[in-house]
Design a protein around this ligand. Structure first.
Ligand code: AGP
Length: 607
């Protein structure tokens, strides 16, 4: 949440910083700003998008050292004054901050008592005043003094007119990277802002600071002792980070279309046809350890949690090991019992979601074993886990997650298969699933090819103020994910319910104005599901049924979307793809900015 960039080198910093901020905008997009150090520190900041900032950037804002920020508001609304960078009263110091200052109220009161006039409502502004008031001789010393006063999390970048050759950065719980160029250096909270300039990157560790000048960087701890963090070449394709509309379509669209390829990547080298199993080397668990697992507990947030529910079903069905999923954001606060023979699985696209990261740390602190299903290589969650499975979805930029979620499902299917095959899952069933997994990329392609029909249905759904998404057992997390996606980008009220529970209350809400999107796979529950659909139709509720060809809906008046058949256990993935397209086309019909939905940001790095 929020994006930080910084530059020190021979180029004019301001336009370069603004361009880099555009690449981080998915992390927060309610206001943006830059500060440049020359003979003095100059700041331009605005509520609104990075393009609004670009429009007001003064031509004369020259200087070769600077910092920038794009914000997702935590303390105080999105206004010009609350935008970062924040400055001290003299205007010499400018800071940009990601994270939360827990003792901001006390620090703001103390500074006010000392005669400081605070310009914003933010927690972050205190850093600027604390740095300015420090009596240390160096900028590094001043920043350390400020950090000593602060409780909370931060990714921080600071410039100071008295030290015009450098940016000092610090990290505690919020990512910060230093990029190495040719006689120029970069700072960013996300690789996406750097790859256009360099792929030689150093990740700061929590508790670490760095001084960045045009000729290089040095890292150190809060006691000013040096650390040895080095820059390394990262293996990424810079073009995969290009943002914005591709062929006139939003990024979410291209990410949905990438799913056949990303699912194929997630499977590559991991299926063993001979022994009808999966090989997940990154788990770092041998067959004996896998057999000793008595329970699986999956933790994730938002859509990652819903895919976690799909994963729990897969594991129970294939491995016959009790499994469940829980929102990571709740887990830590109920003082969970950590069992030695439970395998904990943290699932996250970004690898940064703070609630998931804190859940991982809680489990490890209590001696539990936790593996990660993570997309971003080297991210905080990936590093905090005992082992894991990288998703290989490639960079996901749109706030609404699509291709990462389908690779998460594949990750769970592989884990379930491997766990199953060291237990009682037969060779025949193993073969069945290996073949099913191999068929997925082509079948996703097939679903995507029905886009025009789904778009028509979505345009009609977009007119409703309120909708139900329903399903049972394997279909229920699909309904939850469908409702989540719909809410997130169409801003319509979409409620997910178990089909079996409707008549225990919510059926009262069914009317011609409230459509229901029903997930009805061809499985052991089809007849019961179809009976429930009749109960909805009898009350005048319009129906969209996402199902398999051949499922007999009888006389039911319904819009029907068919997906290809695979093995039943793998149905949720193929049923999820139409949900993405429904949400996407409804949002498009409503004229919304699909990639940057209101109030949200891509990575949730604050509690
Ligand atoms: C998905 O569309 C959402 N934007 C959101 O629920 C997301 O899945 C959640 O915040 C978890 O993110 P993560 O996978 O990066 O941990």
């Amino acid at each position: 949440m929020c994006g930080i960039v910084g530059y020190v080198g021979g180029q004019n910093a301001a336009p370069l910083l603004v361009e880099a901020l555009g690449r981080l905008e998915h992390r927060g997009y309610d206001s943006a700003g830059v500060a440049v150090v020359g003979s003095r520190t100059r700041v331009t900041k605005r509520a609104g998008r990075v393009r609004d900032l670009a429009e007001v950037l003064p031509k004369r804002m020259s200087g070769q050292v600077g910092i920038g920020h794009t914000r997702w508001a935590t303390h105080g609304p999105a206004t010009d004054l609350n935008a970062h960078p924040h400055t001290d009263a003299s205007g010499a110091v400018a800071v940009v901050h990601n994270g939360i200052v827990d003792n901001a109220a006390a620090l703001r009161a103390r500074l006010t008592d000392q005669g400081v006039v605070l310009a914003s409502d933010t927690d972050s502004e205190v850093f600027a005043h604390l740095v300015a008031r420090s009596t240390a001789d160096s900028l590094e010393g001043k920043v350390v003094d400020a950090l000593d006063a602060v409780e909370g999390t931060y990714g921080l970048a600071v410039v100071h007119a008295d030290f015009p050759d450098r940016v000092v950065v610090a990290r505690n719980g919020s990512p910060l990277l230093v990029g190495v160029g040719d006689k120029e250096m970069f700072v960013a909270s996300d690789l996406a802002a750097l790859v256009r300039h360099t792929t030689t990157v150093a990740h700061l560790a929590d508790g670490e600071l760095a001084t960045v000048t045009a000729s290089g960087f040095t890292t150190f701890r809060r006691d000013l002792t040096r650390t040895q963090t080095e820059a390394r070449e990262v293996d990424v394709d810079p073009s995969a980070y290009e943002h914005g509309l591709v062929d006139g379509r939003p990024r979410m669209y291209t990410e949905m279309l990438e799913q056949p390829a990303s699912v194929e990547r997630a499977l590559r080298g991991r299926l063993d046809e001979r022994f009808a199993t999966a090989h997940l080397g990154g788990l770092e668990m041998d067959a004996r350890e896998l057999r000793a697992v008595r329970r699986v507990k999956i933790l994730g947030c938002g859509s990652a949690y819903y895919v976690g529910q799909m994963g729990a079903s897969l594991i129970e069905e294939l491995a016959r090991v009790p499994a469940d999923a829980e929102p990571a954001s709740e887990f830590r606060y109920r003082s969970p019992v950590i069992e030695p023979d439970t395998l904990y699985v943290a699932v996250s696209q970004s690898g940064e979601t703070i609630d998931t990261l804190l859940a991982v740390e809680e489990i490890r602190r209590k001696g539990g074993r936790v593996i990660g299903l993570v997309n971003v290589v080297g991210s905080a969650i990936a590093r905090a886990c005992d082992g894991g499975i990288y998703l290989h979805a490639g960079p996901e930029i749109a706030v609404a997650s699509t291709k990462a979620l389908t690779t998460m499902f594949v990750g769970f299917a592989l884990l379930a298969l491997q766990l199953g095959r060291v237990r009682d899952l037969s060779v025949a069933d193993g073969r069945r699933l290996v073949a099913g997994l191999q068929n997925l990329p082509a079948q996703i392609e097939q679903v995507l090819s029905t886009e025009d029909r789904i778009a028509q249905v979505a345009t009609a759904l977009a007119e409703a103020e309120s909708l139900f998404f329903v399903g049972r057992v394997r279909g229920f997390p699909v309904a939850r994910e469908g409702a989540q996606k719909f809410k997130e980008i169409s801003y319509r009220h979409a409620e997910a319910y178990q089909m079996s529970e409707l008549k225990h209350g919510p059926l009262a809400l069914i009317s011609p104005e409230v459509p229901t999107v029903a997930v009805v796979p061809d499985d052991e529950l089809t007849d019961r599901n179809v009976a429930a659909l009749h109960e909805i139709a009898a009350r005048g509720g319009p129906l969209v049924v996402v199902t398999h060809a051949g499922v007999d809906l009888g006389e039911l008046q319904a819009e029907r979307i068919d997906v290809p058949r695979n093995e039943r256990e793998l149905d949720p993935l193929l049923l999820t793809v139409p949900m993405q397209l429904l949400a996407f086309h409804a949002a498009l019909a409503l004229g919304h900015d699909v990639d940057k939905p209101r109030n949200l940001a891509k990575s949730v790095t604050v509690e």
